[in-house]
Write a protein that binds this ligand. Sequence first.
Ligand SMILES: O=P(O)(O)OC[C@H]1O[C@H](O[C@H]2O[C@H](CO)[C@@H](O)[C@H](O)[C@H]2O)[C@H](O)[C@@H](O)[C@@H]1O
Length: 244
Amino acid sequence: MALFLDFDGTLVEIAPSPEDVRLDRRVAPALEALRTGLGGALALVSGRPIAFLDEMLTPHSFDIAGLHGAQIRVDGEIRSQSDAPENMREALRDLVRFANSHVGIIVEDKRISAALHWRLAPELKDEALDLMRQAAAKLGPGVRLQEGKSVAELVPASASKGSAIAWLMATPTYAGRRPVFIGDDITDEDGFEAVNAMGGLSIRIGEDRESHALHRLASPTALRHILLEAAEGGSLTASSFTRD
Ligand SMILES: O=P(O)(O)OC[C@H]1O[C@H](O[C@H]2O[C@H](CO)[C@@H](O)[C@H](O)[C@H]2O)[C@H](O)[C@@H](O)[C@@H]1O
């Protein structure tokens, strides 16, 4: 097995704002143990920047596809990174202006991508989405709009979680293994499709909407129990995730 894990809503519960997430302190060492058991074939595949995930998982360091696949690090080395889209700083200024005049709107500047959050102001969803659609149109074909849970993001068009998983699966540590991808959000859907096409296992956290994932787990807590138990017991198989 090669294990690919999303972060927000998968390894941690969704929180009111991006900085509020808390990772159970047992998870990073458990992932380290599981990675050893998997011959190194474990990676995080997230919309977060690699630097943020490193901070959350410190002192452990994992293979990571960050920013929805716009940056990929393997064995401690950045192996693929999209350029920041042209005019991104200008687009960001418009987003910050909107946030400054609307309570509850949060802008996340991730340099190569940018997110606009409305979790704390759900009544502003339509206005925020309109603004992001306009920003994406202005930035042109090099950028796509990625919607997520109470968020929309401007992401390099070439990047996706599905292509990041395929990229990792072509590297020596991962090649020849059966990919398992666990995620919870719209951004994870093409990752699910990618692993399905490779004969792998796709698992969605949560039951609340249609998904390409072939299996479900109820919550990040349910996943955490499986990962901690497998790390202690020393073995992780596909049936660890699907036995219920
Ligand atoms: O691919 P992921 O690891 O799931 O990251 C997707 C985005 O997650 C974060 O936003 C989401 O989680 C926040 C904290 O729980 C929540 O407040 C927000 O409403 C969610 O959309 C993160 O802030 C983004 O950068 C990630 O792209």
